[in-house]
Design a protein around this ligand. Structure first.
Ligand SMILES: C[S@@+](CC[C@H](N)C(=O)[O-])C[C@H]1O[C@@H](n2cnc3c(N)ncnc32)[C@H](O)[C@@H]1O
Ligand code: SF4
Length: 386
């Protein structure tokens, strides 16, 4: 039986499912944009979707909002203005609200981004991927490195003090030198946050069916280690598998995911996870993925693609799958607070992990060791239900 004394912090995720074109490595729910984007109709659908979610989270304050995609920077500031009016009318918002918008460097316009900032969007996540034009072309990106640099300079100029750059490594045409240059250029441009991911070939992508030539795995790992050191030397502290922040500017929205917090997900293919004190249960919901189906069904029961209560036996694993991604681990009481179960539920897995040198734990903190971070899958699997 779960036992929530208080509910976890609440976030709101908003999905925008269109891009100028589909990148061959991307398995996110993103679709090539039609000639004319149905911006109005989609915002209407998001509002209906949100209205339907509200009864699950009555009275709870939203701490962070993340507008992800897809390419949310394809939508106008007027569209978000209308959406935010409805959000404000429906939900209490934290005075420290973090609002992030994912932006593609090929879509930057100074006035639109100034308007985003005026609306309260106070964080950008800019999908740069690389500053090497050969790699960018092979990745099917709609921008070159010059445009990426211009976009970042514009973000500064317009007044964004908090923004992330997404970079990937292990790319087609990448060498030790270009991998180093990607990180050095990113650092020179002074973002507050850098996400640094290894390119993975995901099923259901063009790259999976027709794999590009990639650098060998061993040198990739060496470049990664050297570049992580460059990030650290420049003041970017790693706090999660792929996330680095300067001046304590961690992404509060993602931290809430990793802390197994709650979130509502609205938009095509969006996922949510909500704890319910009355039912003492945690429910996951996901929405219809096809944009047109989503718009047709939003506001009706048919918008839901999946809805399931997380089995009590799976909660230890699900919590750890998220929280052990954090470099410094998490406060031990968080397990009880956010999974609703006593720590004794995972005691034997904790002991085993400690014996294998993968994790340390005491009444204050649970944290992965360096070995645990390197073999994260092995560590997390110890928490699978028997
Ligand atoms: C949801 S995507 C959206 C970002 C934005 N649409 C863009 O691409 O400019 C978030 C980030 O995930 C990373 N990503 C996407 N597909 C990936 C893959 N197959 N392997 C590694 N990282 C990936 C990219 O760095 C990307 O910027
Ligand atoms: S722009 Fe981003 S979301 Fe869109 S297809 Fe490319 S990687 Fe995926």
């Amino acid at each position: 039986m779960l036992d929530f004394k208080a509910l976890p912090p609440l976030s709101l995720y908003i999905h925008v499912p269109w891009c100028v074109r589909k990148c061959p490595y991307c398995d996110f729910n993103s679709h090539k944009s039609p000639d004319s984007l149905p911006e109005q109709a989609y915002i209407d659908a998001l509002i209906r979707d949100l209205e339907q979610e509200v009864p699950h989270i009555w009275g709870r304050t939203v701490q962070t909002i993340f507008i992800g995609g897809g390419t949310p920077s394809l939508f106008s500031a007027e569209a978000y203005d209308r959406l935010f009016s409805s959000i404000r009318a429906l939900l209490p918002l934290s005075p420290q609200l973090e609002i992030t918008l994912e932006a593609n460097p090929g879509t930057f316009e100074a006035q639109r981004f100034a308007d985003y900032l005026d609306l309260g969007i106070n964080r950008l996540s800019i999908g740069v991927q690389s500053f090497n034009d050969q790699s960018l072309t092979a990745l099917g990106r709609i921008h070159d490195s010059k445009q990426a640099i211009k976009a970042i300079e514009m973000a500064h100029k317009v007044g964004f003090e908090n923004f992330n750059l997404d970079l990937m490594f292990g790319l087609p045409h990448q060498t030790e030198k270009t991998a180093r240059n990607d990180v050095a250029t990113a650092i020179d441009l002074e973002p507050s946050h850098i996400s640094y991911y290894q390119l993975t070939l995901e099923p259901n992508t063009l790259f999976y069916q027709q794999p590009p030539t990639l650098p060998d795995e061993d040198p990739i790992i060496d470049w990664q280690i050297a570049n992580q050191q460059r990030l650290a030397d420049a003041g970017y502290q790693q706090y999660e598998v792929s996330a680095y922040a300067k001046d304590n500017k961690q992404c509060q929205h993602n931290l809430n995911y990793w802390h197994f917090g709650d979130y509502i997900g609205i938009g095509a293919g969006a996922h949510g996870k909500i704890s319910d004190a009355a039912k003492q249960a945690i429910t996951r919901r996901s929405k219809q993925k096809q944009p047109q189906t989503y718009m047709d069904k939003a506001g009706t029961a048919g918008v839901m693609l999946t809805e399931e209560i997380i089995a009590e036996d799976d909660l230890g694993f699900e919590f750890m799958l998220n929280a052990l991604r954090l470099t410094d681990g998490f406060p031990t009481p968080l397990f009880y607070q956010h999974a609703g179960l006593p720590i004794s539920h995972i005691n034997s897995a904790l002991q085993q992990a400690e014996q294998q040198g993968l994790l340390t734990h005491n009444i204050h903190t649970i944290r992965p060791t360096e070995k645990g971070q390197r073999y994260l899958n092995t560590l997390v699997e110890l928490f699978l239900p028997e």
